[in-house]
Design a protein around this ligand. Structure first.
Ligand code: SAH
Ligand code: SF4
Length: 353
């Protein structure tokens, strides 16, 4: 009999998990065989693992699920963005978004069902937290979106960003395990340079992330130019002060090829003035960093407006004098797939076109 723990799935298991699952009755190479099938061949069904003896395959099939998500809905944007509502084993749903671009494909995945951080400009915040995703559910989103769009994980076009629903650093153990599985050259094989995790600024977890041997690149959602403003917009700042966040950023052990990315959501007449831009420069210019500006993606129940393009441009110009600064193109706004617009089901709050 296999030693199955309630709720476990095959996707999400590493080699040593598989070895303990199979126990001593199976030959030593069995775990590697299944690992290859799951992550290298990326089978969609256990019955496709033709190298396994039939009796063992049957035992696997009847003991635990493979753990790939199923799509409940797919929404296609006029700009090529695809938003997937993916159903998990417990019938909860999360969102994953594919953004194809000239020369690169970015898959944006979720780390939690909902989010416990209460950012005032974000639709996901309105859900609250339902639960953390398992490592398998994080990996499963990438495998699903790649398979259904004919993408190869090892292709250098492929990028993964953990910027969907949830605060990844509040689910760090699973995010790190998922990262190890996604980057294993003997398995899925995505380079660490092509995976990014974005956080609202959970200071102790930033330090813990920095200590991990295999870790994604780090992006930090700054979104304000001073403590008081940040506390207004992102209540998490009450617990993790801006000064401590900046200290953790200064101490963060960047790899030679890495820069810190800061994200800054521009809210009309709230944090988008020239004075804000100059304060952001003072906060960041001594760090090895770049900034991505995001003009607010509006949504029902979000009490802010999107700044005019000229304002966004002026803000960018001020930052540009001191550090690389880009404006993130809104993707899939027509299907509510853009940053901060992910909120579970079609009937929830938003009407999908
Ligand atoms: N929880 C993590 C990752 C998911 S949010 C984090 O906050 O970093 C991904 C990005 O979307 C963050 O930078 C966040 O600031 C931004 N965002 C949230 N709501 C938004 C909105 N309505 N418009 C534009 N960007 C938004
Ligand atoms: Fe959570 Fe990020 Fe949205 Fe804030 S911006 S509520 S941390 S998903």
């Amino acid at each position: 009999m296999l030693q199955v723990v309630e709720g476990e799935t095959l996707i999400g298991m590493d080699l040593s998990d598989l070895r303990s699952l199979f126990g001593p009755e199976q030959p030593a190479y069995r775990a590697r065989q299944v690992y290859d099938a799951l992550y290298k061949k990326q089978v969609a069904n256990l019955s496709d693992i033709s190298t396994l003896p039939q009796a063992f395959r049957y035992q696997l099939l009847t003991s635990l699920p493979l753990g790939l998500p199923e799509a409940e809905h797919r929404y296609d944007s006029s700009d090529g963005t695809r938003r997937y509502l993916l159903r998990l084993e417990d019938n909860r749903t999360v969102e994953a978004v594919l953004m194809p671009e000239e020369g690169r494909d970015t898959i944006c995945i979720s780390s939690q069902v909902g989010c416990p951080v209460d950012c005032r400009f974000c639709l996901t915040a309105l859900m609250g937290l339902e639960r953390n995703l398992t490592a398998g559910e994080i990996v499963g989103q990438v495998l699903y979106v790649a398979r259904h769009n004919g993408l190869k994980a090892t292709d250098t076009r492929m990028n993964v960003v953990m910027m969907g629903m949830g605060e990844p650093l509040l689910n760090l153990a699973n995010v790190l395990k998922a990262t190890r599985l996604l980057t294993d050259p003997e398995g899925i094989g995505i380079s660490q340079k092509r995976i990014t995790v974005s956080t609202s600024g959970i200071v102790p977890k930033i330090e813990e992330l920095g200590r991990a041997e295999i870790r994604p690149k780090l992006a930090i959602s700054l979104n304000a130019s001073h403590e008081e403003q940040r506390r207004e917009l992102m209540p998490i700042t009450r617990k993790y002060h801006l000064a401590d966040l900046m200290k953790a950023c200064r101490a963060y052990p960047l790899r030679p090829w890495e820069k810190l990315t800061f994200e800054y959501v521009l809210l009309k007449n709230v944090n988008d003035t020239d004075a804000d831009a100059r304060r952001v420069v003072r906060l960041l210019s001594h760090l090895n960093s770049k900034v991505n500006l995001i003009a607010l993606n509006p949504g029902p129940g979000i009490p802010f407006e999107t700044p005019d393009p000229e304002r966004v441009h002026s803000f960018q110009q001020i930052l540009r004098r001191s550090l690389p600064c880009f404006v993130r193109k809104p993707r899939g706004r027509d299907i509510y797939a853009a940053c901060g617009q992910l909120k579970r089901v079609a009937s929830d709050l938003v009407t999908i076109v």
